[in-house]
Every structure is written in C-alpha cells, then in structure tokens.
Design a protein around this ligand. Structure first.
Ligand code: ZN
Length: 523
C-alpha cells in the first residue's frame, strides 16, 4: 500500500514540474513550416473576452482578418483599437526596421501581457497571423463556438522569413474541373502553411475552363466532354470572369498569387471542338476523358496561320485583364510536331522566318507570344520544353523533366527557374513512388547549382494533374500531407530542416487538416 502511495506521490510531483508556472496547459509548439529562429520563454498569454486587437490604420483589414480567424471558435468578437488598451492585446505593426526580413518576413513576440506581430510589409503580418493560429489550441480552426477550451499561447520570440519566394501548388482544372469552393478550400489550406502561389492549369486537351468573351464557344462547347462518355457533370465546367475576380481577391487577401495557364501550342485539341480552323487539319474534334483518348494529342495549334496568333493574343488580353499576377503561364510542353511537318503553312512559316526545323518553329512561336505578353507588361512562364529551339533570355522556366543539362543551360543563360521535378513534386504520383519523406528530402539548390546563378532559382512548386484522381477526397489525399513537406522545403533554411523533427511535428497536424476540411493520409 505504502508503495502505491509513494508512486502516486512521485507521479504528482513529476507532472507538476511539467506544468507551466501559470498552471495553464499549453499546446506543444509544432509549427510547419519551421520558423527561422524560435525562442521559447516561460509563461503564457491567454486570449479572453477582454482581449483586443491593436493595429496601425494601414493594417485594419489584417486586424479584421485576424478577428475573423479567431472569433468563430472562441466566440469573442475582439474589438479593434479599443481606447487606451495597452495590455491583453494582440498588436499588428509595420516597421521599416525589419526591411532585412523582406516583404514576407515577420517577428512574433508573445509575453503574458501581449502578442506583437511586426513586419516590414503587410504580407509578413499575414504570415505572422498564420504562425499565431498554429500556436493556439487546434480547436481555434473550428467554424463554430467551442466550449471548455482555454485559448492559451506559449510565450515565444520568433523571427521568420522564407528561403524562397515561390512556394506553389499547381492544380489541373482541365482533366477534371474543380469548383470555386474547392479552390477556396485549397487557398485556405496552403496559406495556413505559408505557400504563396496557386498556378491554375485552365486549358488542356480535356477541356477549356475559363470564360473568354470574344470566343464564347470555348466554354459553351470546349468545356464539355463528348456525351458518349457520360462523364459526371461536376467534372466539366468553367470559371466565369466574375468567379475568377472573386477567387483572385480571395487569394490576394491570403497572400496567394494566382498564375493562370493557357496551354499552347500543344495540349490544345479541345479548342478544335469549337474552333477547328485553328488546327492544321481543320477537323472538328470531340473531347475525351484522359484515359479514353490519345494521351498526348497530335493535333496542335497551327503555327503557320496568322489567325492562330491573333486568337491567342485576343485570349491572352482577356486573361491579362483578369489576373493581376505579373506572370502568365503558356504551357509550351509536349507539342508533337507531326502535323507541322506535313502542314504547308507551317513549312512556309519555317522558310519565311529562316528557321531550321519544327523545334525552331516552336521556339519562334513562344517568342512571338512572349513579345506580346511583354508588351502588355507581363512575364512569360513555360514548361521546360520552351528551351527547345532556343530559349528567350527573359522567359521563366518551370523545370519538370529533370534533365540537368536543360536546367544548367537555362541558369547559365540567366533565366529564372521554378523547380517542379517529377521525382519530388508530381503529386498525382502515388505515395509509393513519392513519399512525404521523399518530398521532404528535396534540396532545390544542389552544390552543383549553387555555382550557377542560384539566385535565379525562384523556388518550388507541387503539381497535381487530375487525370487519375478525379474526386475531391482522392485529390486531397494525393496532395496532403505531402505538400506540408514541400511547404517546409520552400520556406525553411536547409540547415534547419530535419526529417525526424518534421515527421514528429507533422503528426500534430492531422487535426488541423481535419478542421480545414481536408481529406488526408494519416501522418
Ligand atoms: Zn499548320
């Protein structure tokens, strides 16, 4: 009996040592991506119905956003800029002193009296708010009031900034259409992990997914699968211009830039369902689901026809008007040359422009489109095939096929590169091939690359192609949790990355992902 009492006493003693001085329980710190510097102090801050938010005038919108994040679960409508409130506050503040942290960097200081987020620019404040959300009990992510939770934060000092400026996700909307609320869910989830680019692959052989006023049949006809396949209606569709404007605003408020992709000159056979005159053969085609049709279609835009160029300029002018991003992605990948080889108009173009072959015709085509985009103040991004036949010096290359010679050639020439190699970043591949650990092991700047214009590597991006996984739960599971690993690859300095440490933190994010309505593999 005495032994039992002695053991109980020991347990009580040991557990009391673990309790913070305030006697409040706090969540272990499990932030993803891992911040640059983090110092844990003793004590806690508790958000109560007396807490208020203090913010510079220029940050009032961020303060409202913070309140909107915290109020559903806590039930507190925190007042903003309450008179004379200096304690029990969450303060947001811009300062030129933090210019060295760049526009996305921030500092977060939590004492028992106040929470202070400071940054050089509002983007940094927003990332500081995401870190704060991760420090609260997970229930803070609930959309309805939660009782019996103390909203306790650990006292910490965090100094943080990203390693790379480009931390993206590409979603393929062509092979399977994903609607606005699904896209908003993704923007919420990726921005919680400080990812800042959503690349929308809006057109491909399986459907055109964006309204273009000048060519209404692109959406009326080219957004629909051939009826012989009886595809479920939710897999086809398109974004109206108003949808896109709303999405752009939604993303912008969450530090996410949307980059539109309009594929050319290949992966364009869906266009010929509506405008067959733009192909070499002029044949009207129908739209097949990916595995029912040719995987890469031989029918591509005819580069020999001036009306093709005019069509693309007209489409791009409407795209430019909709998306504030400085980039427009034009695809440029997997363009078979069989039609061009036989097409008299393409052969004439090759001759007239003094080109050697169809590869150079592709390069001519891309340069022609780039010239137009540049004249409209935009920069061109393309898949790494845009290097074939000579890469323009100003194009940005999305590196996917993994050929190091292609990568080195682009970097040597001074082109910007975004790293999306199939071996780490293709999230349509099964986990057996690309595990979360494999993604985490990706080092975008190998020793070899560090010697060749490493500043031109803008960052990393996950690509999700929707040909196999065509429902929301399966798509979610293909992307989550792998993307958390890529978020850390993009944000956290290599020296601060460690798989064992990350995988322990990752386990604590199952609940957050559930509360973000994400289907995911269990970590
Ligand atoms: Zn042609």
């Amino acid at each position: 009996m005495k032994k039992v009492i002695w053991i109980s006493f020991l347990i009580v003693m040991l557990s009391s040592f673990k309790e913070p001085l305030t006697g409040k329980t706090q969540k272990a710190i499990q932030i993803i991506p891992k911040p640059r510097e983090i110092t844990v102090l003793s004590g806690t801050f508790e958000m109560t119905d007396n807490t208020s938010i203090k913010a510079d005038q220029v940050l009032v919108l961020k303060a409202e956003q913070l309140r909107a994040y915290l109020s559903p679960a806590s039930g507190y409508m925190l007042p903003i800029n309450k008179k004379n409130a200096e304690e029990n506050i969450i303060e947001l503040k811009l300062t030129d002193d933090l210019s060295s942290l760049g526009e996305e960097g921030y500092k977060l200081n939590i004492t028992n009296k106040k929470v202070l987020i400071t940054s050089y620019r509002p983007k940094g404040i927003f990332w500081g708010i995401q870190t704060l959300r991760q420090l609260f009990p997970d229930e803070i992510l609930r959309k309805a009031k939660v009782d019996n939770v103390e909203w306790i934060l650990p006292c910490v000092n965090i100094v943080d900034k990203p390693r790379f400026n480009w931390r993206g996700l590409m979603i393929d909307y062509s092979r399977t259409f994903w609607n606005k609320s699904q896209t908003e869910k993704y923007i919420d989830a990726i921005s919680f992990y400080k990812m800042n680019k959503l690349h929308m692959h809006l057109t491909d052989d399986q459907g055109w997914r964006i309204e273009i006023n000048k060519y209404p049949d692109l959406t009326k006809i080219a957004s629909k699968f051939d009826t012989i396949y009886h595809e479920p209606p939710e897999r086809e569709g398109y974004y109206s211009k108003e949808d896109i404007r709303e999405l752009v605003r939604y993303a912008e408020a969450r530090n996410v830039e949307i980059i539109p992709e309009i594929e050319m000159p290949g992966h364009t056979s869906e266009v010929f369902a509506a405008y067959p005159g733009l192909s070499c053969t002029g044949e009207t085609l129908s739209i097949h689901p990916f595995f029912k049709g040719p995987e890469v279609n031989d029918d591509v835009l005819c580069a020999g026809k001036d009306e093709t160029i005019k069509f693309l300029e007209n489409v791009l002018s409407e795209i430019i008007e909709l998306f504030p991003s400085e980039y427009v992605h034009i695809g440029g990948d997997e363009c078979p040359k069989t039609r061009w080889e036989k097409c008299p108009l393409d052969q004439k173009r090759i001759k007239d422009e003094g080109l050697k072959n169809e590869q150079e015709l592709q390069s001519w085509f891309i340069r022609r489109i780039e010239k137009y985009l540049n004249s409209e103040g935009k920069k061109l991004i393309g898949w790494d095939e845009i290097i074939e036949g000579g890469l323009s010096k100003t194009a940005t290359m999305m590196f996917w096929r993994g050929d190091q010679n292609v990568l080195l050639a682009a970097l040597n020439q001074g082109n910007d590169v975004i790293m999306t190699p199939t071996s780490y970043c293709y999230f349509d591949y099964p986990y057996k091939v690309i595990s979360t650990e494999k993604v985490y092991s990706f080092e975008p700047l190998s020793d070899k690359l560090k010697k060749v214009n490493p500043e031109h590597i803008l960052g990393v991006q996950a690509n999700f192609w929707s040909h196999i996984d065509r429902s929301e739960p399966t798509m979610d599971r293909q992307i989550f949790p792998r993307i958390l690993a890529l978020a850390e690859v993009g944000w956290t300095e290599a020296v601060n990355r460690n798989w064992d440490n990350f995988s322990l933190r990752l386990k604590h994010h199952n609940k957050s992902l559930d509360l973000l309505n994400i289907y995911h593999m269990i970590n």
